[in-house]
Design a protein around this ligand. Structure first.
Ligand code: IVH
Length: 691
């Protein structure tokens, strides 16, 4: 092929690939098969390998996927991205090891298991998928199930590979790791921002997050980001047996791994590693907030599995919080979504472990009394990872004689309504309800927040001003904004903080949010005690908005059947039931919710995964199991779709009877419930279980 022919072919390939990328990523409508698409890319890659000088700007060779039409594209992780549970001292580490031994049914005398120990990087996690060595996408963690596509941004990191290197490249490799900003890069960035009058980042972690989540990769490219790869999600076509081999593989593929990872065994050695690293913490070029221990043997990792959102096989050993002393300038009261009055300490700015702190939470009135915190006091402030800074204690030796005991307000500082404390509650709450500006505005903020309806473009300041001007007085008003604007009634683009483009983007984001899943909606309503976890439970139970709404209305009317139905749900307690009842018994509140739902398209909850050999079965274990611990048996049965119960009733589908099974087995037989012995159970699980 002549040089002009080669250039022509490259141009044709670039254009064709760009068309397919757009069809696939932006319109979700691919027009050719994956194999045909791969062939085009391979041909292009081969041409560039032979003629690197021919590469065009914004080549498909570097680019992965097309830019989302609006905001970031969402990516569903093929393997969930989880968090870690924490331990704080040697006793906790021992307990962690004992839990593992117990779960695996290991004898006390068995040799300690081998773990890897490595720094816990204070950044944000990413998942990068490679197929046949080529980068497919990079996603943020998001809610653990769905993250955001930050491929273009991640590709601005110079040592982040778009193609894996070496001769051990697996068929599919989903790399997990942490993006962070080095301390010196963070300081330089803040210095430059101060010079140009931009807001400062509070710490390297926020700077890294703010830089990676930029809609314009050109901005990310100006920020110095770094990363470490430390694990995998989906991996196919690799024969690795241990965590160490896995990290070696990542390294061999050209990814950056942390050289400080070591093998350790036994609580003492694990804690020794952590103590040594903590002593070096200030000298490291990046922020860390602890150590992560992981079981080295991947087969054991798989057996241990997960509990809730964290693995059983790994844990984070957190360093002690960093502390500093400063002066308490004032105590302000903030009013939350459900009326809770939260005291906030305003401090003379102080550097706590590299971060400037000027506010701290004081929790509630008892806390202020218990610690006898007074305005003007010298106080010890601490910061631990993501936790909001707190006041640990007062340096009473330095107290001035003119300080006075803090008098907690008995009225809402925003609307003036009486603030009351219910029996057994620590919080004092404003009784103004939705007539309190603070409560209403906080509700609206919650509704549009990232974990709720996720409407970009309605910041705190804008919401407050739209509320004060009567343009958004209730949740449903958000969804009629565009129509009212078209009528010339709101003219958003003339308001401070908005322009033509940002208004268009906002309206697009609102349209996008109109279709909402049931669990997001229940969470977004901001009902007291109903966080994401409870919203999920309620959505999974009721499946459709109409059923949930009907149940809540009946509950509010005192219907005992509905109350009993809720009480029977795992994880739903009296506080939640009370709160649902209160919310729907309140006419204005109920009507506000109904008005919101009328302008939304609520998607029914998807039925839970029904895969697994025990799907849909209620299983009871009884008697002694010899080849698997009770804890592992239960976890494995649940992973295979079972609901595990403790007593036998007519609802039981299966009883798994170990040795010396007693009354439960007899009861099962009497009720005609299916039974199975340990060997049959293990055979059903379909995998070998080690003693
Ligand atoms: S392993 C199943 N290793 O810490 C989760 N995580 O608090 C396995 N992190 O979400 C995570 N450094 O973002 C692991 N060396 C490290 C880490 C690390 C930082 C983050 C990660 C995770 C969070 C949990």
């Amino acid at each position: 092929m002549s040089v002009p022919e080669m250039r022509l072919r490259i141009r044709a390939l670039e254009e064709e690939i760009a068309r397919h990328d757009e069809a696939y990523h932006t319109h979700d409508a691919p027009v050719i098969s994956d194999a045909d698409y791969d062939a085009l890319r391979r041909e292009l890659d081969a041409l560039y390998a032979a003629h690197p000088e021919a590469q065009v700007a914004d080549s498909a060779h570097q680019r992965v996927g097309a830019k989302a039409a609006d905001g970031f594209q969402k990516i569903r992780h093929s393997v969930r991205m989880l968090s870690l549970s924490n331990v704080f001292d040697e006793e906790d580490v021992r307990a962690f090891l004992e839990r593992i031994d117990h779960f695996l049914g290991r004898a006390d005398s068995a040799a300690p298991l081998v773990f890897t120990a490595e720094p816990k990087i204070d950044g944000l996690s990413f998942s990068a998928r490679y197929e046949k060595g080529a980068l497919v996408y990079v996603a943020t963690r998001g809610d653990g199930e769905v993250g955001e596509d930050v491929t273009a941004n991640m590709c601005t990191i110079a040592d982040f590979p778009r193609h894996l290197r070496g001769d051990q490249v697996p068929e599919i490799l989903e790399v997990r790791g942490e993006v962070y900003m080095r301390k010196d890069d963070f300081l330089a960035l803040n210095k430059a921002r101060a010079a140009s009058g931009d807001a400062q980042f509070a710490n390297p972690r926020n700077a890294a997050a703010g830089s990676l989540r930029q809609l314009d990769p050109a901005i990310t490219a100006t920020r110095a980001l770094s990363y470490f790869a430390y694990g995998v999600g989906d991996v196919r076509g690799a024969s690795i047996r241990t965590q160490r081999e896995l990290v070696q593989l990542l390294d061999a593929c050209g990814l950056i791994t942390n050289p400080r990872m070591q093998s350790v065994h036994g609580a003492e050695a694990m804690c020794e590693y952590t103590r040594a690293l903590e002593a070096e913490r200030g000298d490291l070029s990046y922020d860390i907030d602890g150590v992560v221990y992981k079981i080295d043997d991947l087969a054991l990792q798989a057996r241990l599995g997960f509990v809730g959102r964290a693995p059983r096989f790994a844990v984070a050993h957190k360093f002690a919080a960093e502390q500093a002393e400063t002066t308490l300038l004032a105590i302000d009261i903030q009013v939350g979504r459900t009326g809770t009055l939260t005291p906030v300490a305003r401090l003379s700015p102080v550097n706590v472990g590299g971060v400037m702190v000027q506010n701290a939470t004081l929790h509630n009135e008892d806390e202020i009394l218990r610690k006898d915190i007074r305005v003007g006091d010298h106080v010890i402030v601490q910061r631990a990872g993501d936790v909001i800074p707190q006041i640990v204690r007062v340096d009473s030796g330095k107290r001035k004689p003119d300080t006075v005991l803090y008098d907690f307000p008995q009225h809402c500082p925003v609307c003036g309504s009486v603030a009351v404390r219910e029996e057994g509650e620590a919080a004092r709450r404003c009784t103004g309800g939705l007539s309190c500006r603070a409560q209403m505005v906080q509700r609206l903020k919650h509704l549009v927040s990232r974990s709720a309806l996720d409407i970009d473009g309605l910041g705190d300041k804008q919401l407050e001003s739209l509320f004060d001007d009567g343009i958004i007085a209730a949740p449903a008003d958000i969804f009629t904004l565009a129509a009212r604007d078209a009528d010339g009634l709101t003219r958003l683009k003339h308001r401070e903080g908005y322009g033509e483009k940002s208004v268009t983007n906002l309206f697009a984001a609102i349209e996008n949010a109109r279709r909402v899943g049931l669990r997001k909606l229940i969470y977004a309503l901001g009902i007291r005690h109903i966080g994401e976890e409870n919203a999920k439970l309620l959505a999974q139970h009721f499946m459709r908005w109409e059923s949930f709404h009907d149940a809540c209305v009946r509950l509010a009317q005192g219907d005992e059947t509905v109350r009993a139905e809720l009480e029977a749900m795992d994880g739903i307690g009296p506080k939640i039931i009370h709160s649902l009842k209160e919310c729907f018994a309140h006419d204005t509140q109920r009507q506000m919710i109904e008005a919101l739902v009328r302008v939304l398209e609520v998607q029914a909850e998807n039925p839970p995964q029904t895969g697994g050999v025990f799907a849909g079965k209620t299983v009871v274990f009884t008697g002694t199991l010899h080849h698997i611990s009770r804890a592992e048996a239960k976890a494995r049965a649940e992973a295979a779709g079972a609901k595990v119960a403790s007593s036998v009733s007519a609802k039981t589908s299966l009883v798994i009877a170990g040795e010396d099974a007693g009354s439960k087995l007899s009861k099962a037989r009497a009720l005609g419930v299916e039974t199975m012995d340990e060997a049959a159970f293990i055979a059903q699980l379909g995998e070998a279980v080690h003693a």
